[in-house]
Design a protein around this ligand. Structure first.
Ligand SMILES: [Zn+2]
Ligand SMILES: [Zn+2]
Length: 243
């Protein structure tokens, strides 16, 4: 097992990336990933429409609830192996559009404003974390897309908040069909035993990063692999919560 963790300090890579971003913005001024207005990757008008996740919610799965609870009815029925799952915003316009363009239209630069939302909300959800890992795509799907959106989000998020990460600490062990359209039980079965740990996680508090969380099934499967390999705890953080 290889140890490949990184601290997102002011490395030459981050500095070079910042310079490259400035140059790119000069040559190709950004347009809003939701409404195409020129000026920013997420314009002010779209930003004003964001639905931030706030209490009350289930302390465990982070699902918005009518009153704060330590364990909602869904968690009672299907307990999650994760300590907590949290999201920055609800999965609604404009974030749904940004995530769609990030995943399916090659707009990989949108990871930055989306990770900024995660960073902005982190002050509210902050958890003690030793290592951050992205939810991996299957190698075939990543090859087709050219990148893993969760890895991009993780890079930007860790750079913003200064947490250590490992970009290939988890791997998909088999191909799974997309979770969209499946019931909660089907989602669990679809991703069962789909992950393997590639980095030393013994005794560590792990934070998983993903773009969207619906039932938490994908994160639960990844968390089980990590806990089986000695992780002390696993939590999840994503850009958007789908209800
Ligand atoms: Zn806009
Ligand atoms: Zn819950």
């Amino acid at each position: 097992m290889t140890e490949k963790t990184h601290l997102p300090a002011l490395t030459w890579r981050n500095r070079a990336r910042g310079l490259a971003d400035s140059l790119l913005n000069f040559v190709f001024p950004p347009v809003c990933g939701a409404c195409k207005k020129a000026g920013a990757l997420l314009c002010e008008a779209c930003h004003a429409q964001l639905q931030w996740v706030h209490s009350p919610l289930c302390n465990r799965c982070g699902r918005p609830t009518s009153r704060a609870t330590d364990c909602c009815a869904v968690c009672q029925e299907r307990p999650l192996p994760l300590n907590q799952i949290r999201a920055a915003v609800l999965f609604a316009h404009p974030v749904s559009k940004l995530i769609h363009n990030l995943k399916y239209n090659g707009a990989f630069g949108l990871s930055k404003p989306l990770a900024q939302l995660m960073s902005d909300a982190w002050a509210e959800w902050r958890m003690p974390i030793d290592l951050v890992l992205p939810i991996p795509l299957h190698v075939e799907r990543e090859r087709k897309r050219g990148y893993n959106q969760s890895t991009l989000l993780m890079h930007d998020f860790c750079r913003f908040v200064g947490l250590p990460y490992s970009e290939d600490g988890l791997q998909r062990t088999r191909f799974t069909t997309p979770q969209v359209g499946l019931t909660a039980v089907q989602r669990l079965e679809n991703v069962q035993d789909a992950f393997a740990t590639q980095v030393d996680v013994v005794g560590k508090h792990i934070l998983l990063i993903d773009d969207v969380c619906t039932t938490g099934a994908t994160m639960a499967s990844a968390a089980t692999a990590l806990l089986n390999n000695g992780a002390k705890s696993v939590s999840g953080y994503c850009v958007a919560r789908a209800i």
